[in-house]
Design a protein around this ligand. Sequence first.
Ligand code: FAD
Length: 388
Amino acid sequence: MAGFDGVDFLRLDALLSDEEKLARDSVREFVSREFLPRIQEFVRQDGAFPMDLVPQLAELGLFGANLHGYGCAGMNNVAYGLVMQELERGDSGLRSFASVQGGLVMYPIRTYGSDEQKDRWLPELAAGRAIGCFGLTEPDFGSHAGGMLCRAVRHGDGWLLNGTKRWITNGSVADVALVWARTDAGIRGFLVETDRKGFEARDMKGKFSLRASITSELFLQDVELPEANRLPGAEGLKAPLSCLTQARYGIAWGAIGAAMACYDEVVRYTRDRMVQGGPLAGKQLTQEKLVFMLSEITKAQLLALRVAQLKDQGELHHSMVSLAKRNNVDIALSVARLARDLLGANGIVDDYQAMRHMLNLETVRTYEGTHDVHTLILGKEITGLSAL
Ligand SMILES: Cc1cc2nc3c(=O)[nH]c(=O)nc-3n(C[C@H](O)[C@H](O)[C@H](O)COP(=O)(O)OP(=O)(O)OC[C@H]3O[C@@H](n4cnc5c(N)ncnc54)[C@H](O)[C@@H]3O)c2cc1C
């Protein structure tokens, strides 16, 4: 694991600037040195994240990395994508931590927040001194978040929030929860300090997937909030959906990292593993699997790179992100399954990475718009007819 050199069959490195390569290589090195030696310990704990690494993640500029000002790194979207790839090469839980903090909490504050909210939260979140979570999903409303039951009603000059959010990454370690709730005027976003009376977060246990990540349920019972805690620019469901586009973009890159980790591991393994008097890597069936993996990783890299260029040019449509997220997670899952298969019995233990990535990618396929929801988004784009 320590000697990971990436996967670059089409010499895409030549298309990257020195800054982009530096950002990627710093995170690659950090993941190999600080994170991967401890992943087994955290996966075995069922819903724990190495919180002591948060200051180092902040130091690397990984929180809100593609945002400008307020202590954010201001990376372009190629560099941002590459660092997401490297984080997920470690574990989807590690990339999720950065995606939620940056794409789902800092991005909406930066885009829809008041100056006071930006000044208060963004420098703290960028430095990792404050942790955020994003509460959109409810027990009965996931893909169709617009049906949410969580309500915010007027209460004097402020608001009273009631409802339940489920499957919320970092809920129990968050200092601030961005909670989306229905008001008489439609869906609005509220910044809820998690020490407010009536707010409770309980961790969800028993996950087979994303075990090195904290997932919580949020309970809001008569939580009082001042008007100053409402995001003034966020009106309707399009506001949380715009945040999801940011996070999905990161996932399109991150999934490549998980696939690269599995491919790298299994190429090494099959070279060393002897079957019937020769290396497993020398068998035709093995080579066919390895070729599939390399081809799909390479195509996913090209897709992500083009989407990054379009994002930097301000020409990225959300359906393009759907195409990239849907494809890259799908191929990463196929790569992980094939790698697990080639590892044989060794593939089912956590001394090897493939099965951990495979199980993580089942979540990644489901969250931030399921595979099928992205199919329907693209179907609408092609036909003009919504099947959602
Ligand atoms: C580990 C983890 C972390 C998460 N973190 C967060 C977080 O931080 N914040 C947050 O708000 N949420 C989070 N989520 C929730 C996630 O976004 C939802 O699980 C996701 O949106 C899917 O919703 P659902 O689970 O209710 O599935 P459902 O919406 O019930 O979907 C079930 C199945 O039905 C299919 N389906 C849905 N609608 C249609 C349709 N119209 N036509 C055909 N098929 C359809 C789906 O594709 C899927 O196969 C997380 C989830 C997990 C597992």
